[in-house]
Write a protein that binds this ligand. Structure first.
Ligand code: AMP
Ligand code: GLY
Length: 422
């Protein structure tokens, strides 16, 4: 099988590595890629938001399967164009990708499917902002305002704060920029990222993972695209995992089928485990980054065959997934100033080490590998348990040099110390 992966992040690097371990995969290509993926796949620089460009590459490399990583091409309908060209595609249609692309659509699907989620309200008129903040604000202890950009914002448009002035300032800034604001009720409890392969009806859940969204240790500072992740979650009871699948993911997949926009690809449920059970923070229409790097490090089943089965409606006959024992911890090395405007062009030393996945990297004419984006590398450590996997990840990270680079030192720490309770 010949596989073309679309995207340029560490998630796509992880997908390529896992696909390469599948004995039935004999050729790998990527568009657009980075300095790390160029070493393991045939790399094509095209506009990945153009369905025609993606199909042209898929034909050139004679792809049997196209795997679309990021949300932007999916929301724009690139998967539809690939399927119309007669090529199997792992990734939802434009209609189904609205589960991520439109928060209003996602809330409507969840309401119809009877799935628990935060209550919400869209504010597009500055004159209504204060009254809305008062309806959603915290009198309750430990509560917070949740203020979101109602458009795709790569995780960075969200402010969660107990400070009304900060909440108001973020909302006012979005409104000034012409972006509608989504206010949500606050969901309290540890977060879980649950990825499921879906081929319309059949839902095959992967190992649950946890992501670290804030830039700083101890969950301080602004939200990012994700600074680290680990799997599995030793603190997550099996009955809660089962409930996430049967009460949340399966009903949502069934509701999408009922609406005629059945989902083919990776359905990502971002959940909070509240005192009343799991509730949805958001759905995404693709593999999460950096959780994928941890989850795929533990997958023992052949990924190419698995994604092909999902793409062709054949998941039901795939059988049980196999997982490796132990744990995987991913730590993101970010560029100076990220999640603000990152500094780029710095030389990176040590990025060839095993366990290092590339995101914002490029190869300079003189051969040096330099930073080219906010999240630069993902470092994945595995081990018998979370402590061992943490040690492995941080050992690799400490051998890498990036001027101004920063990373969190507490990825998976609370879980390794058994400090997370549900
Ligand atoms: P999102 O981009 O919607 O995933 O939001 C980014 C992060 O903000 C999430 O991972 C949560 O940590 C936090 N968040 C978003 N919505 C809520 C909510 N309703 N209650 C509590 N935390 C939230
Ligand atoms: N890890 C968060 C995301 O991929 O959206």
């Amino acid at each position: 099988m010949r596989v073309l992966v679309i995207g340029s992040g560490a998630r796509e690097h992880a997908l390529l590595l896992a696909l390469g371990n599948d004995p039935q995969v004999d050729a790998l290509a990527i568009a657009a890629g980075n300095a790390g993926t160029a070493v393991i796949a045939d790399q094509h620089q095209v506009d990945i938001t153009s369905g025609d460009d993606v199909v042209a590459v898929a034909r050139e490399v004679r792809a049997d399967l196209v795997v679309i990583g990021p949300e932007v091409p999916l929301v724009l309908g690139v998967a539809d164009t690939v399927r119309e060209a007669g090529i199997a595609c792992f990734g939802p249609s434009k209609a189904a990708a609205q589960i991520e692309g439109s928060k209003a659509f996602a809330k409507d699907v969840m309401a119809a499917a009877g799935v628990r989620t935060a209550s919400s309200e869209i504010v597009d008129n500055p004159a209504r902002l204060d009254a809305a903040l008062d309806r959603f604000g915290p009198p309750a202890d430990e509560a917070a305002w949740v203020v979101k950009d109602d458009r795709l914002a790569a995780g960075k448009g969200v402010v969660v704060t107990p400070d009304r002035d900060a909440a108001r300032a973020h909302a006012a800034g979005l409104l000034e920029a012409g972006h509608p604001v989504l206010l949500e009720s606050y969901l309290d409890g540890p977060e879980v990222s649950l990825f499921s392969l879906v081929d319309g009806q059949t839902v095959v859940p992967l190992l649950a993972a946890q992501d670290f969204k804030r830039v700083g240790d101890g969950d301080t500072g602004p939200n990012t695209g994700g600074m680290g992740a680990y799997a599995p979650l030793p603190w997550l009871p099996n009955h809660v995992y089962q409930a996430m699948v049967s009460e949340i993911v399966e009903p949502v997949a069934a509701e999408l089928v009922r609406r005629g926009s059945s989902f083919t690809g990776l359905l990502y449920a971002g959940l909070a485990i509240t005192s009343n059970g799991p509730a949805v923070i958001e759905f995404n229409c693709r593999f999460g980054d950096p959780e994928t790097q941890s989850v795929l490090a533990l997958l023992d089943s052949p990924l190419g065959q698995l994604l092909y089965a999902a793409a062709t409606g054949d998941l039901a006959s795939f059988g049980e997934l196999r997982w490796r024992d132990g744990a995987a911890v991913t730590v993101v090395l970010a560029a100076e100033h990220y999640p603000g405007r990152p500094r780029v062009g710095d030389v990176i030393v040590g990025s060839e080490a095993e366990g290092v996945l590339h995101a914002g990297t490029a190869r300079r004419d003189d051969g040096a590998i330099v930073s080219s984006g906010g999240r630069v590398l993902s470092v994945v450590g595995t081990g018998a348990d979370l402590s061992a996997a943490r040690t492995a990840a941080y050992d690799i990270l400490n051998s890498i040099r990036l001027p101004g680079g920063h990373f969190r030192t507490d990825i998976a720490l609370a879980a390794a110390e058994s400090k997370i309770r549900v």
